[in-house]
Design a protein around this ligand. Structure first.
Ligand SMILES: Cc1ncc(COP(=O)(O)O)c(C=O)c1O
Length: 404
């Protein structure tokens, strides 16, 4: 069988690859591996959501639905999302539901916006799903730098340099970020909005971690004047409602964008999003208890962030910026003289702790300051595990580094 050449340009997500390594290591060592590689909340979905989805199944509600998703879910998503913004009104006409989680929402948006060989600016360190969505649509991803000294906010000088150098017309924003947990500050967002208008860019704003901002309120590029009309937003319930496995995503954009390209691409790619899950979500996402549950989860992640960052920074050879959101930390381990890849491999083998090498989030692009691929000397640790597990993992990490 002859395979397509494009398979080689696909960029697979390291979290799933390393999940398999962790399982192999458990078999080899006969011990439980502390798995800090995957980005999913360790909270179960709220019981009202579990009930609502299972009821839909039990009632046999498994028929096809419309390509843009059920109208009642689109109304509820608009209502939920609108509460995060300062100035804009969102209606169901601005919302599309997708199958395949936020990841396929990215795929749909890339298909709608990108032509072959288009250059697309992505934050670096960034989410592999952006890289693969872009390359799958024929585009070429190019980096702009996030600054560890600013807790991974955008390096605005580098951003303008890259816009001028590449002549890119599309920029991905990601705040709070993966793998860094970095949050773009209000001042920086305003400066980005200025550049977006100055260079006439289209924005893809990935806001999947909007529910996980620790200090202050969530800020979006669309909070700034005239930005909504040139922005497409990626979102989904996976991280907020703790249901990554139901594989539903949201796209928020102008009515014209939703009704035209998104309707058509959804139809072509997956016909319609899953029915019982949509029915369940529509019933409960704006329920007070469910919204309160998100807040509780956020507070817990913040508590863990505080402990984890402090512990990591107390280890000689580790520098850990303070992430403002999501559920990751992305320390620099350059002083150990190991690359993130070597570090993660040995930590797994010698201490049964699974973290991800930073290079999984660099797309092979070169960091202009480091002159090496982005993420070469970083690891990503997911803090979506109990505090006890995290403390034990860091204790082992410290032991590992001290034994080098
Ligand atoms: C930044 C970002 N966007 C999108 C996604 C995709 O989310 P989903 O699991 O809903 O596909 C992820 C998942 O890790 C992510 O980190």
């Amino acid at each position: 069988m002859k395979l397509s050449k494009t398979i080689n340009s696909l960029y697979a997500e390291g979290a799933f690859v390393w999940g398999d390594y962790a399982i192999e290591q458990e078999k080899k060592s006969g011990q439980v591996v502390l798995k800090l590689q995957i980005g999913q909340p360790d909270f179960p979905p709220h019981q009202l959501l579990r009930k609502a989805i299972s009821e839909a199944y039990l009632e046999g509600k498994t028929a096809y639905g419309p390509p843009l998703g059920f109208e009642n879910l689109r109304i509820e998503v608009a209502k939920e999302i609108e509460s995060y913004y300062k100035n804009i009104k969102i209606s169901k006409d601005n919302v599309a539901i997708t199958a395949g989680g936020g990841k396929l929402a990215i795929g749909v948006v890339c298909k709608a916006l990108i032509n072959s060989k288009d250059k697309i600016l992505v934050p670096c360190y960034g989410y592999p799903g952006h890289f693969s969505g872009i390359s799958d649509a024929g585009g070429i991803w190019v980096p702009y730098r996030l600054d560890p000294q600013l807790n991974y906010d955008v390096d605005i000088e580098d951003l303008e340099r890259q816009i001028k150098r590449t002549k890119a017309k599309i920029i991905f924003l990601l705040s709070p970020g993966n793998p860094t947990g970095g949050v773009i500050s209000a001042e920086m967002m305003e400066r980005i909005a200025f550049l977006v208008k100055k260079y006439d860019l289209t924005v893809v704003s990935d806001e999947i971690y909007r529910g996980h901002v620790f200090d202050g309120k969530f800020i979006s590029i669309v909070d700034f004047p005239k930005m909504f009309e040139r922005t497409v937003i990626i979102d989904g319930p996976g991280k907020r409602n703790c249901v990554p496995g139901i594989r539903i995503g949201y796209i928020i954009a102008s009515k014209k964008f939703i009704d035209g390209p998104v309707r058509k691409i959804n139809n072509v790619k997956f016909s319609c999003p899953p029915t019982p899950e949509q029915i369940g979500l529509a019933k409960v996402i704006n329920n007070k208890e469910v919204l309160g549950y998100i807040k509780k989860m956020r507070e817990e992640f913040k508590r863990r962030r505080d402990v984890v960052v402090k512990l990591l920074n107390s280890i000689k050879g580790v520098f850990c910026p303070n992430p403002g959101g999501a559920f990751y930390v992305f320390p620099d381990i350059a002083k150990t003289k190991l690359t993130g890849e070597q570090f993660a491999k040995r930590l797994l083998r010698e201490k049964n702790v699974c973290v991800l090498p930073g290079s999984s989030f660099g797309g092979g692009m070169i960091d202009p300051k480091l002159k090496k691929p982005y993420g070469t000397y970083n690891i990503r640790i997911s803090i979506a595990s109990s505090l006890e597990t995290l403390q034990e993992a860091i204790r082992r990490m410290k032991e590992f580094i001290e034994g080098l």
